[in-house]
Design a binder for this molecule. Structure first.
Ligand code: WTA
Length: 652
């Protein structure tokens, strides 16, 4: 998206929302930055501490900030026990719907009981404070239950998205040194069982630390259970006893809560580590500010719990607030293209937190699918994961929101723990602009810098940076504090580098413009081009690879790979299919390239650097510009011709 084509001057005031000048919000934001000590000691009272913090922030060793350093708490206590002790005991914590339409509900009390049971089982298997528990589960209730049970005993969970390959799973499990893996026999996808345990089994021989594998029975398909290592989840719960109770461990605010792997600019995924107190306070307040949920709400965040959005907004934020959250295992267009709208109508969903890719997909299906359903329970809409183009925003606003509902576009990252830039209906809603995430939330000291680290003027594109610490920020990268420092604070000391482009308009609204680094956002999934390139060159046929993002009308962008082959290999459709299969088995289906272009040479400078700019120009069909620094000027014309031939063939 080019910044010059953005609708800076279009303002929307949804008819069901109270929209005002934004003065109140601005004041609160200023207050939070002027007096963080006072501001956050007050806000921290929203959660229950075993030992309340006497200090808000220890910033003596930047960028290793410690939030609420002497406070003690347990996050599962905050998500469960405190509601069980209140009049929320029998309130629904979760409504879950499976792919096949089956529905299961958990009250806070029921969730509390099962979490205690699993916490006891994990303890019996030897999990102690600080131990890592790897989780490879689809979106079923046992997923949040595992997270809460782990947190209850002071373990550190590391969820691996269930669509990842055996190899990707093993890499992550080994990096964090987990000794327990919780997985499932399978999951349902488009009406058919797909196996998960088989995938885990393929990776397990390469995970020497894993002592126990706990397996949830979801589909009932046949699985191999290895004697002495594998145990069924229901058997583990039964052994723990029906009335198991495990005292929640009193943890330091700075004790790690979880590790979540995400893609960066090298081939090795980053183990983003989040702590306990700062993260929880941030999760709670960001949800409150953005969506302001109440006891009447049913909050549906469509994200898979395998990603940060699901961690924060399907588990920790809604449960710590004591609201009802909705979980969905399945696919948006199965059994029909109105699955979401049907769900909203049947369950009376009030808050829908979706994604731009989904909105664009529904636009393609046509509004008749939406209009078939009574969506009058909805009171607010949200979006996350990638920039929402103004056209999709307007469709969402008009067709789903009927011009009445605010759209809360939340910009944030795995590293930030929770929302950073977003409309704040829970403080004061300012007029919305289609495609803008509006303003930074309290404590978020955001700015936009040019290459030299100078703030840019309104209307000029630059990189988004955060100039002060905030409670939800990552603590470090797991066992790699140098990389943490280097990646996020290496460019400009003391300044958090987001890796995103942004522009501010003359009214001060922030507009997000996509990644500034080698990271792609494919249907909202974060994929490192270098990760894909490493996977490709690991194949015996591939000599070199350059992966680029190409704009896509539904997915936002898709990866396109340019490869050169080793001698003895010749380009063919079979080899292309094999390379695609290779990516699916080494990373996972989400990383599948849209096209693999086999070329004789990659465009390089005389010093051997790949000229990515030229490959990008080929993808968008733009003029090549100056090619005089190319080592071989003819190579790019060949690439262009090969790419255009392949495109024709693929679209046939
Ligand atoms: C992108 C997902 C524009 C951005 C929560 C960021 C967005 C990356 C938005 C983080 C948004 C997320 N508008 N871009 N509302 N939300 N992004 O770690 O590029 O999976 O850096 O976290 O997603 O992706 P991650």
């Amino acid at each position: 998206m080019s910044e010059t084509s953005l609708p800076f001057n279009e303002k929307y005031s949804p008819s069901n929302a109270k929209v005002s000048s934004g003065e109140k919000r601005k004041k609160e934001w200023e207050e939070s930055l002027k007096n963080p000590q006072e501001y956050w000691s007050e806000k921290a009272k929203a959660i229950d501490w075993f030992k309340p913090p006497s200090k808000v922030l220890d910033d003596s060793n930047p960028p290793f900030y410690k939030w609420f350093p002497d406070g003690e708490l347990n996050i599962s206590y905050n998500a469960l026990d405190r509601h069980v002790k209140s009049n929320r005991k029998n309130k629904l914590a979760y409504i879950w719907e499976g792919e096949m339409g089956e529905v299961k509900t958990y009250t806070y009390y029921q969730l509390y009981r099962e979490v205690n049971g699993l916490a006891k089982a994990l303890k019996d298997f030897g999990v102690k404070k600080g131990d890592r528990v790897a989780v490879f589960l689809p979106v079923i209730p046992e997923l949040p239950i595992t997270l809460l049970a782990t947190a209850r005993i002071g373990g550190v969970h590391a969820v691996v998205f269930s669509g990842f390959s055996a190899e990707a799973l093993a890499d992550r499990v080994n990096d964090c040194g987990a000794k327990i893996l919780v997985t499932a026999d399978g999951s349902f996808r488009r009406g058919k069982p797909v196996s998960i345990k088989d995938n885990a089994d393929r990776g397990l021989p390469n995970m020497p630390n894993i002592e126990k594998v706990i397996v949830v029975k979801r589909t009932g398909q046949a699985v191999q259970m290895k004697e002495g290592r594998d145990v069924w989840y229901h058997d583990a719960l039964a052994s723990a006893g029906a009335n198991a109770y495990v005292e929640p461990e009193s943890l330091k605010s700075t004790d790690p809560l979880f590790i979540l792997y995400t893609s960066g600019t090298t081939g090795k995924p980053k183990g983003v580590q989040h702590g306990t107190g700062g993260y929880l306070v941030w999760a709670y307040w960001t949800l409150k500010w953005a969506f302001n949920p109440t006891d009447e709400d049913i909050f549906w965040c469509v994200a898979d719990i395998g990603w940060i959005t699901g961690h924060t907004y399907n588990v920790y934020a809604p449960l710590s607030m004591g609201i009802t959250a909705f979980l969905f295992e399945g696919t948006p267009d199965y059994p029909a293209q109105d699955r979401w709208w049907d769900i909203i109508e049947r369950h009376g969903i009030t808050i829908l937190y979706g994604t731009p890719t989904a909105v664009r997909m529904f636009m393609k299906f046509g509004e008749q699918w939406v209009l078939k359903h009574d969506l009058s329970t909805l009171r607010i809409l949200g979006t996350v994961g990638e920039p929402i183009n103004p056209e999709a925003w307007k469709w969402y606003y008009r067709v789903v929101g009927k011009g009445k509902l605010a759209i809360i576009d939340t910009w944030w990252q795995t590293e930030t723990g929770g929302f950073m830039i977003s409309p704040a209906s829970g403080i004061e809603l300012t007029p919305l602009k289609p495609g803008s995430a509006t303003f930074p939330l309290p404590s978020i000291n955001a700015d936009i810098y040019d290459e030299k680290g100078q703030p840019v003027q309104a209307g000029t594109k630059g990189v988004l940076v955060i100039k002060s610490p905030w409670p939800g920020m990552l603590q470090t990268l797991w066992k790699d504090s140098d990389r943490f420092k280097q990646t996020y604070f290496g460019r400009w000391p003391g300044i958090y580098y987001s890796g995103d482009y942004s522009v501010r308009d003359p009214d001060g609204y922030f507009w997000l413009l996509g990644r500034a680094d080698e990271v792609l956002k494919v249907a909202g999934h974060r994929i490192g081009t270098v990760e894909l390139e490493s996977a490709l060159v690991a194949h015996p046929a591939v000599s070199e690879a350059a992966v680029m993002g190409k704009e896509d009308a539904v997915k936002g962008e898709v990866p396109v790979a340019f490869v050169t082959l080793r001698s003895g290999f010749t380009p063919s459709d079979e080899l292309r299919a094999e390379l695609i299969k290779h990516i699916r088995t080494t990373i996972g289906p989400i990383a599948t390239p849209d096209a693999i272009v086999m070329v004789n040479k990659l465009p390089k400078t005389r010093s051997g650097k790949i000229m990515r700019r030229l490959l990008k120009a080929v993808l968008v069909g733009a003029p090549l510009g100056d090619t005089s620094t190319l080592e071989d000027e003819g190579s790019i014309e060949d690439i262009k011709a090969t790419y255009n031939d392949l495109r024709k063939q693929l679209t046939k």
